[in-house]
Write a protein that binds this ligand. Structure first.
Ligand code: SAH
Length: 266
């Protein structure tokens, strides 16, 4: 039997980067108590083993470039279920607050008098750094980190932000010593490479980590001026994180040419 709630409520839960063991205890508890779960497609299926047998599980994948449930529909469905008294959990990959559209969903739900809670998850950029065995903020090399999307938004509205100025960003990263953690950059890798080369040296270390935290994880270490070639040679695909900066320097000897991706960094 579904557990009904009194105040309409939706919990946005971060399911982490993939490895089901990286769920937080809070996430597990929220999943156990949910009567309806709306699940993104980057969420590992094993995460759903925590759900109650009576819970309704709805898959609402939203991968860029793939057929997926429109965002407006997902928001409507969440509201509808919460207002009907269901205990709704929205399971998202990584952290809901990092490129997870949690802000939009929060605004939409709160406008209808629905309480929104957020439970953090481990974001993919951190899992990628972990898999490489590097510190994103190693103090010999970086003062901080910039998490940025490589996805060029097709939305052209008055409120849409202008596209990322990669040349400017590279200049800032170079002068301020910041590590770049690029999400959703697979499709646009050569475009962002060209922009970044206007502000960062061609031999800046770059790593691409595909399927971070999962047994299928692959990673390649290269230099900024070879990024497009490496993507082609290694047939790197989504989901992947691109890391850029001197914190990767120790990995330089293991380039895409001399190290099979699978034999390194485990
Ligand atoms: N909220 C998520 C990010 C969603 S955007 C988070 O905090 O991680 C989707 C992008 O995240 C993908 O295009 C990819 O760049 C990255 N991503 C998600 N899971 C990943 C994984 N296991 N390995 C590498 N990149 C991943």
């Amino acid at each position: 039997m579904n557990q009904k709630t009194h105040t309409p409520k939706v919990t946005l839960v971060g399911a982490g980067p993939g490895d089901p063991e990286l769920l937080t205890l809070k996430a597990v508890k929220a999943i156990q108590h949910a009567s309806v779960l709306l699940v993104d497609d980057l969420v590992h299926p094993e995460v759903l083993q925590h759900a109650s047998a009576s819970a309704r599980i709805i898959h609402v994948g939203k991968r860029g470039g793939c057929r997926s449930t429109p965002q407006a529909f997902i928001e409507k469905l969440m509201a509808q279920e919460a207002l009907a008294g269901e205990n709704v959990v929205r399971l998202k990959g990584g952290d809901p607050l990092i490129f997870g559209r949690a802000g939009e969903e929060q605004t939409h739900l709160q406008a209808q008098g629905i309480d929104v809670a957020v439970i953090n998850g481990i974001t993919a950029g951190l899992a990628a750094a972990h898999d490489l065995g590097i510190a994103l903020t190693h103090r010999a090399h970086a003062h901080g980190v910039i998490m940025v999307t490589g996805h060029a938004s097709p939305e052209r509205s008055a409120t849409a932000l202008p596209a990322v100025d990669w040349a400017q960003l590279a200049h800032t990263a170079h002068t301020c010593r910041l590590t770049l953690v690029i999400y959703m950059g697979v499709q646009t890798a050569s475009h962002l490479q060209a922009g970044l080369l206007q502000g960062l040296p061609g031999d800046t270390p770059v790593a691409v980590v595909e399927n971070a935290s999962l047994p299928t994880q692959r990673h390649v270490c290269t230099q900024l001026n070879a990024l497009d070639k490496v993507f082609e040679q290694e047939q790197l695909g989504s989901p992947a994180i691109i890391l850029v900066g001197d914190v990767l320097l120790g990995l330089q000897n293991l380039s895409a040419d001399n190290a099979p991706a699978s034999a390194w960094g485990q």
